[in-house]
Design a protein around this ligand. Structure first.
Ligand SMILES: Cc1cc2nc3c(=O)[nH]c(=O)nc-3n(C[C@H](O)[C@H](O)[C@H](O)COP(=O)(O)O)c2cc1C
Length: 193
C-alpha cells in the first residue's frame, strides 16, 4: 500500500528528511541535485553534490570551484532552481532558490576541513575548469600554488523561497507549493498535478 500524502506538514517534513538523508546517503537521488542558473537568455544546469542542509534556515549547501562558469552566472543573477527526481520515492522537487557565495568565512573553512582529500584534488587543477585544452589529459594539478586547492574553493548556499512538490502515485497524483509568509509561517497551495 503506497503512502498517499495529504497532510501538508507531513509532506513538508518529509521533503526536508529526504534532503537531510541526501547529504549522507551517496546512493540517494537527493545526494546529487541539479542546480539550474541563468546566463543572459538561457538556463545552465549541472549536477552538484548536496553537502549540507539547514531546515531552520531553509538552505542547501554546495561546494564548487570559484573559477567555474556557474560563479560568473551567479554573480550576475542569484535566482536559481534546484531540481531533484527520485524514481524510488515517486517524487519531483523543484526548489526555487536565491543563491549566495561564500569564500572567507568560518563556514567555508569548516566545509574545507571536512572535505575528503579526493574532493580537494579537484580544486588543485591549474587552469580554469571548462577552459579549452589541446588533448584530453592536457591539465595538471598544482597544489603548491593554490594552497592544496583551497584558493579555488567556494561555498554556494541556496536559500529556498518556494518548494514545488510533485508526487506521482497510481492512487492519485498530488502536487503542492510551499512558501513561507512574512511571519515565517508555512503557506501551502494544492495544485492540479
Ligand atoms: C555526480 C556528479 C557530482 C558532481 N558534483 C559536483 C560538485 O559537488 N561540485 C562541482 O563544482 N561540480 C560537481 N560536478 C560537476 C558539475 O556537474 C559541473 O560539470 C561542473 O561544476 C562545471 O559546471 P559549470 O561549468 O556549469 O560551472 C558533479 C558532476 C557529477 C556528474
Amino acid at each position: 500500500m503506497e503512502t498517499l500524502y495529504s497532510d501538508p506538514t507531513t509532506i513538508y517534513n518529509s521533503i526536508w528528511s529526504f534532503l537531510e538523508k541526501g547529504v549522507v546517503d551517496r546512493n540517494s537521488p537527493f545526494h546529487t541535485p541539479t542546480l539550474i542558473t541563468l546566463e543572459s537568455d538561457h538556463a545552465a544546469a549541472r549536477t552538484l553534490v548536496l553537502r549540507g542542509v539547514d531546515k531552520t534556515a531553509q538552505t542547501l549547501r554546495f561546494h564548487t570551484d570559484k573559477r567555474s562558469k556557474k560563479i560568473e552566472q551567479i554573480n550576475v543573477n542569484q535566482d536559481a532552481l534546484v531540481h531533484i527526481y527520485s524514481q524510488h520515492d515517486k517524487l519531483q522537487l523543484r526548489l526555487k532558490s536565491v543563491l549566495s557565495l561564500h569564500v572567507s568565512e568560518p563556514l567555508v573553512d569548516e566545509a574545507w576541513e571536512k572535505s575528503y582529500g579526493m574532493s580537494k584534488i579537484c580544486y588543485q587543477v591549474s587552469d580554469t575548469p571548462g577552459s579549452v585544452i589541446k588533448k584530453p589529459d592536457g591539465y595538471e594539478y598544482l597544489p603548491e600554488v593554490n594552497h592544496d586547492g583551497k584558493d579555488n574553493f567556494i561555498v554556494i548556499l541556496a536559500k529556498i523561497v518556494e518548494i514545488e512538490w510533485l508526487y506521482l502515485s497510481c492512487d492519485g497524483h498530488r502536487r503542492a507549493k510551499f512558501t513561507h509568509n512574512k511571519s515565517n509561517e508555512l503557506d501551502v497551495t494544492w495544485l492540479v498535478p
